[in-house]
Design a protein around this ligand. Structure first.
Ligand SMILES: [Zn+2]
Length: 103
Protein backbone atom coordinates (compact mmCIF):
# COMPACT_ATOMS: atom_id res chain seq x y z
CA UNK A 1 0.00 0.00 0.00
CA UNK A 2 1.35 3.41 -0.97
CA UNK A 3 2.20 6.02 1.63
CA UNK A 4 2.23 9.79 1.34
CA UNK A 5 3.69 12.49 3.57
CA UNK A 6 0.84 14.83 4.41
CA UNK A 7 1.43 18.36 5.77
CA UNK A 8 -1.36 17.80 8.24
CA UNK A 9 -1.22 14.10 9.09
CA UNK A 10 2.40 13.16 8.48
CA UNK A 11 2.89 9.72 7.01
CA UNK A 12 -0.44 8.52 5.74
CA UNK A 13 -2.07 5.97 3.47
CA UNK A 14 -2.90 7.12 -0.05
CA UNK A 15 -6.27 7.30 -1.78
CA UNK A 16 -6.62 7.45 -5.56
CA UNK A 17 -9.40 9.82 -6.55
CA UNK A 18 -10.42 11.77 -9.65
CA UNK A 19 -8.51 15.05 -10.22
CA UNK A 20 -11.49 17.27 -9.32
CA UNK A 21 -11.97 15.45 -6.02
CA UNK A 22 -8.23 15.75 -5.31
CA UNK A 23 -8.49 19.53 -5.87
CA UNK A 24 -11.49 19.74 -3.55
CA UNK A 25 -9.75 17.71 -0.84
CA UNK A 26 -6.69 19.95 -1.14
CA UNK A 27 -8.88 23.06 -0.99
CA UNK A 28 -8.05 24.18 -4.54
CA UNK A 29 -11.68 24.11 -5.58
CA UNK A 30 -14.81 24.49 -3.57
CA UNK A 31 -16.74 21.32 -4.21
CA UNK A 32 -17.51 18.69 -6.78
CA UNK A 33 -20.86 17.42 -7.92
CA UNK A 34 -22.10 13.89 -7.56
CA UNK A 35 -19.54 11.35 -6.46
CA UNK A 36 -19.55 7.75 -7.58
CA UNK A 37 -17.20 4.93 -6.72
CA UNK A 38 -15.41 3.14 -9.49
CA UNK A 39 -14.05 -0.31 -8.82
CA UNK A 40 -10.66 -0.83 -10.38
CA UNK A 41 -8.91 -4.15 -10.50
CA UNK A 42 -5.30 -3.27 -11.01
CA UNK A 43 -3.39 -6.23 -9.74
CA UNK A 44 -4.91 -9.62 -10.00
CA UNK A 45 -7.45 -10.21 -7.30
CA UNK A 46 -7.02 -6.79 -5.71
CA UNK A 47 -9.94 -4.51 -6.36
CA UNK A 48 -9.75 -0.94 -5.12
CA UNK A 49 -12.74 1.33 -4.83
CA UNK A 50 -12.01 4.84 -5.98
CA UNK A 51 -14.24 7.89 -5.64
CA UNK A 52 -14.75 9.85 -8.84
CA UNK A 53 -16.90 12.88 -9.65
CA UNK A 54 -19.56 12.97 -12.36
CA UNK A 55 -17.38 15.08 -14.68
CA UNK A 56 -14.76 12.34 -14.59
CA UNK A 57 -17.43 9.69 -15.04
CA UNK A 58 -18.61 11.30 -18.28
CA UNK A 59 -15.01 11.42 -19.46
CA UNK A 60 -14.73 7.69 -18.83
CA UNK A 61 -17.80 7.25 -20.97
CA UNK A 62 -16.36 9.38 -23.80
CA UNK A 63 -12.85 8.00 -23.78
CA UNK A 64 -13.29 4.46 -22.58
CA UNK A 65 -16.92 3.74 -23.40
CA UNK A 66 -17.69 2.99 -19.78
CA UNK A 67 -21.27 3.36 -18.64
CA UNK A 68 -21.13 5.69 -15.60
CA UNK A 69 -24.16 3.90 -14.20
CA UNK A 70 -22.27 0.64 -14.24
CA UNK A 71 -18.90 1.26 -12.71
CA UNK A 72 -18.59 -2.17 -11.21
CA UNK A 73 -15.38 -4.11 -11.64
CA UNK A 74 -13.69 -3.21 -14.91
CA UNK A 75 -11.20 -5.31 -16.89
CA UNK A 76 -7.66 -5.08 -15.58
CA UNK A 77 -6.17 -3.34 -18.62
CA UNK A 78 -8.83 -0.65 -18.64
CA UNK A 79 -8.55 -0.26 -14.90
CA UNK A 80 -4.86 0.46 -15.19
CA UNK A 81 -5.40 3.19 -17.80
CA UNK A 82 -7.98 4.83 -15.58
CA UNK A 83 -5.83 4.54 -12.48
CA UNK A 84 -3.15 6.53 -14.32
CA UNK A 85 -5.66 9.38 -14.64
CA UNK A 86 -6.36 9.45 -10.92
CA UNK A 87 -4.58 11.65 -8.38
CA UNK A 88 -3.15 10.71 -5.01
CA UNK A 89 -4.49 12.29 -1.87
CA UNK A 90 -3.93 11.60 1.80
CA UNK A 91 -6.61 9.12 2.85
CA UNK A 92 -7.17 10.91 6.15
CA UNK A 93 -7.62 14.27 4.43
CA UNK A 94 -10.06 12.60 2.08
CA UNK A 95 -12.08 11.13 4.95
CA UNK A 96 -12.23 14.49 6.72
CA UNK A 97 -13.34 16.16 3.50
CA UNK A 98 -16.10 13.56 2.99
CA UNK A 99 -17.36 14.13 6.51
CA UNK A 100 -17.36 17.91 6.03
CA UNK A 101 -19.40 17.76 2.84
CA UNK A 102 -22.05 15.36 4.16
CA UNK A 103 -22.71 17.55 7.17
ZN1 LIG B 1 -3.74 14.43 5.43
Amino acid sequence: MALIICDKHGESVVSYVSPAIADAVNGVRHDVDHIADVRLQVTEGAVGVHPIDSEFASRLQREFGIDPNDLSALPEEQSFEILCELKLVCAMCFNEWTQRRTR
